[in-house]
Design a protein around this ligand. Structure first.
Ligand SMILES: Cc1cc2nc3c(=O)[nH]c(=O)nc-3n(C[C@H](O)[C@H](O)[C@H](O)COP(=O)(O)OP(=O)(O)OC[C@H]3O[C@@H](n4cnc5c(N)ncnc54)[C@H](O)[C@@H]3O)c2cc1C
Length: 494
């Protein structure tokens, strides 16, 4: 863009946004809004940051961006790990209102229809706090990184620990979205009836599109009953024998139970099989000994953690149901070599313990001063998890790299947080991540179960999805955004 054009664009933006605080060309802002909070990729500053408050504001930005051919990068919480806002001549549209301003409760008979209409900047955990503080017995079950927003979560196709029971953003939790298209047109994908068979599902077009097809300004999301919850923690002998047992557990579940293989994952799989008809298990999370050390050192819940491969289960339901489930889980865990079983039932303790598990990565950074953590995730059919974990451990060890291993094991979703101190180590980390992704794809899995493609994984899409599928994705992008103005450079392979 020429300096003259930039000046004209800025003047038109000033006319459109009379509040001077809406616009910024301050160097610090331009830099800050182009960086992820998790700097595994380096961003380049934007040209202008615009703080938007409404769909109409977004339309104004998009129309001017289109007129001056300037890319637009939506910015919400930037808790994504595979993308940053990387382009020199971009406008960043930042969503910047507080959660309570962004959720419409008043005109919705919440407890009858159990949905909420949220603007894009609503932070999921603040929404859940808000529902609780209002005495509304519902919650939104998608639980990615703390601070992530509805707009970003939908755009990333996120999920989290609760996916075992409630599914991911790609399920039925997002009823509709309101999106501003690159043309400046505003569309709402559908009404809010629980079911809709009117045409194909355009809401899904925006889920996982990573802001490349439209800027989501509002969404209607389904809420679920907040049930009494407890957490069980149990340690196991090791992860590797566990992951080997997953294969057999899934392929020959009954036989495995008879042969009584001592493993953590076979225990989980058996428990999920046993418990699924009564649906009382919300999550089954695997964390390794390193992860537990971080929770132990930096967590807030006073518990005697054992530094071992550990599974955390969440149970939901009445006291009796949870007590019965817990007894069952304890028995099955014992059968597979589980030890130190604990069942935590007090609500405030459950909350503390779960947030310790969520925040453990920050503890890890403190354990390795001067290190950064490279976060990545892949997902495979649960039966293939053993191969993947064994191979990844080998890749890490052969390069002397350290990473806690764990993830949402009930879904076959596996995470690493690989520590590195310098560019040399970062290069080694990238080798491990590459090997992990290649292995996951070879195992019929995906390069990302929940963190998205962004910049970091687009080179793997053709291998994973096939040339034809990727071409169709590119054709949809070219139709909706012919000038390639929305989040250019992300998602689609070059
Ligand atoms: C410690 C940690 C733990 C995590 N755990 C999980 C987990 O368990 N599960 C999981 O799924 N993810 C997890 N994540 C990843 C992250 O939380 C998710 O990707 C989340 O969905 C990002 O939301 P956000 O609001 O930060 O989006 P952002 O990072 O701001 O944006 C994500 C992408 O969407 C685009 N975008 C943002 N807003 C809009 C909009 N309104 N319209 C269109 N496009 C938009 C952005 O340009 C960007 O490309 C974790 C991350 C961290 C750091």
């Amino acid at each position: 863009m020429s300096t003259d054009d930039f000046q004209l664009l800025f003047e038109e933006l000033q006319t459109a946004f009379v509040n001077p605080e809406s616009l910024s060309t301050d160097a610090l802002d331009l830099h800050a809004f182009s960086q992820s909070k998790y700097p595994q990729f380096t961003g380049a500053p934007h040209a202008i940051v615009v703080h938007v408050n409404s769909t109409e504001d977004v339309v104004k930005v998009v129309r001017l961006a289109s007129k001056y051919r300037v890319p637009v990068v939506p910015y919400t919480a930037v808790a994504c790990v595979e993308c940053i806002c990387r382009s020199l001549e971009t406008i960043s549209g930042s969503f910047c209102r507080a959660a309570h301003q962004l959720v419409q409760f008043a005109d919705v008979p919440l407890e009858e229809d159990s949905h909420a209409i949220c603007e894009a900047g609503v932070v999921w955990n603040k929404l859940n706090d808000l529902l609780k503080s209002k005495g509304i017995p519902l919650f939104f079950p998608l639980d990615p990184g703390i601070g992530a927003t509805i707009g970003g979560m939908i755009s990333q196709g996120c999920s989290g620990t609760n996916a075992v029971r409630y599914g991911t953003a790609r399920g039925e939790l997002v009823l509709n979205v309101t999106a501003v298209l690159p043309s400046g047109e505003v569309i709402k994908t559908r009404n809010i009836a629980r079911k809709c068979a009117a045409g194909f599902d355009l809401t899904k077009l925006f889920i996982g599109a990573e802001g490349t097809l439209g800027i989501i300004t509002e969404a209607t999301i389904r809420l679920m009953p907040r049930l009494p919850t407890s957490v069980a923690v149990v340690s196991f002998p090791d992860v590797q024998s566990a992951t080997q047992a997953v294969t057999e557990a899934l392929n020959h579940g009954a036989a495995i139970r008879k042969r009584c293989i001592r493993s953590i994952v076979s225990a989980i799989v058996e428990l999920l099989i046993i418990l699924s008809p009564v649906l009382v298990t919300e999550c089954a999370e695997l964390v390794d000994d390193l992860y537990i050390r971080a929770v132990k050192n930096y967590g807030t819940y006073p518990m005697k953690w054992v530094e071992a491969d550990t599974v955390l289960f969440k149970f939901q339901g009445s006291e009796t149901v949870r007590a019965d489930t817990s007894r069952l889980v304890e028995n099955v865990s014992n059968k597979y070599g589980g030890y130190g079983y604990m069942h935590i039932t007090k609500e405030d303790e459950v909350d503390l313990l779960w947030s310790d598990r969520k925040n453990a990565l920050f503890g890890l950074l403190q354990m390795y001063p001067g290190s950064k953590g490279f976060i990545t995730d892949v997902c495979v059919p649960v039966s293939k998890l053993p191969d993947l974990i064994v191979a990844t451990k080998h890749e890490l060890a052969s390069r002397n790299l350290v990473s806690p291993l764990g993830g949402h094991v009930g879904d076959g979703n596996f995470h690493c947080f690989i520590m590195y101190r310098n560019e040399e180590e970062l290069a080694l980390v990238r080798e491990v991540v590459d090997a992990m992704i290649q292995k996951a794809i070879a195992l019929d899995g995906t390069c990302t179960g929940e963190h998205g493609v962004g910049l970091g994984k687009k080179e793997y899409l053709v291998r994973e999805l096939g040339e034809g599928t990727v071409s169709l994705m590119k054709a949809i992008k070219a139709t909706i955004d012919p000038l390639n103005l929305f989040n250019p450079g992300k998602l689609y392979p070059d």
